[in-house]
Design a protein around this ligand. Sequence first.
Ligand code: NCD
Ligand code: ZN
Length: 374
Amino acid sequence: MPEKQTTHAPRLILPRWHDLHAHFRQGELLRPLLRAHAAMGCAGILAMPNTVPPVAKVFPAGAAFDCWSIEEYRDLLHEAGGGGFDDIIVPLYLSEITTPEMIATGAKSGLLRACKYYPPRGTTNAEHGRPLNHYIQNGVFEALAEHGIILCVHGEEHGLPPEAYFDSGTNAETLFYKERMPPLVEKFPKLKIVAEHVSTAAAVEFVRQAGKNLSASVTPQHLLYTAGHLAQGCKYHLYCLPLLKFDADRAALRAAVTSPHNWQFFAGTDSAPHAKKVTACGCAAGCFTGGIAPQLYAMAFEDAGIDLTSPQGQDIFARFLCRNGPAFYDLPVSKETFTLVKEEQAVTPLATPEGDIVTLAEGAGLKTLPWRIA
Ligand code: NCD
Ligand code: ZN
């Protein structure tokens, strides 16, 4: 007997997608974190290099400080279950040991495909980052442009006084896109840049007018929530960098990702697990969305007025989730699919050997999500 059909809930059948900004850490966390990404329909991942130690060289030999090579970290990801993905990109963590020669040989080997700029001490494990000027002057950015290597930018000005840090006109991201990015793109017009986890109207505006070599990743948290959501009840699982911003910023992000002609904005969750999120006197930055990101993105698109049951709505969603990112990174869109069904799914933490990791959804006070992965 065929199984009885019990549901007529709307279904979204989408190409498997690429999470082009995620954190998988190291050690015993790798396996459960990779599994959570595989379970949410990912064809490929970009695994950020702010691990401990960081991924600051391309090949295993030589370095001035303790770090992994792209080759070593990629192998660790493979051994921990990452082999099932079509593609794993590990960007090089730009630091004082990065040289134009490292970029040239890395690019020729095919191992180096992207680099990550971290504002010095600007976020989790960012202490090896150097200011932008360092790489402008030492020829590293020129080498990236020459070899077609993508620069992933954490676009926040570092070292601001607390009173400037969050104000809507002078916050760390707005300042970065007003003052740091214009000279950078002017000096290196051929350099392909991803503005990571954009959170402000200023960054969205900059990316939009910058032309074909600029794209941006957008997280579920910045599309769904504002600083008010974080502040009301001090919901620290919503604390990430860049900080959640204001309603006008969220509206600008939503308008960008839901534009029918969007080719620049794509999914990059910045899923950043912290098994120990709070200490007695502080809180680690990062929201965990492993296992639930497509569901959260779908929620945000619906909140923004997109009808995901219509072909037009589905096309807009698929551009953002499945097509724009691979196009920018020159990857094929997956020929395999995964399915989102409009049915409630309970939210639960991810159990890991280092403790339970609470998701963004639970941290925001949700008990269920309106979509689940079939
Ligand atoms: C990230 C992390 O925890 O690795 N945290 C975050 O708030 N996004 C680092 C980063 O990408 O900023
Ligand atoms: Zn990140």
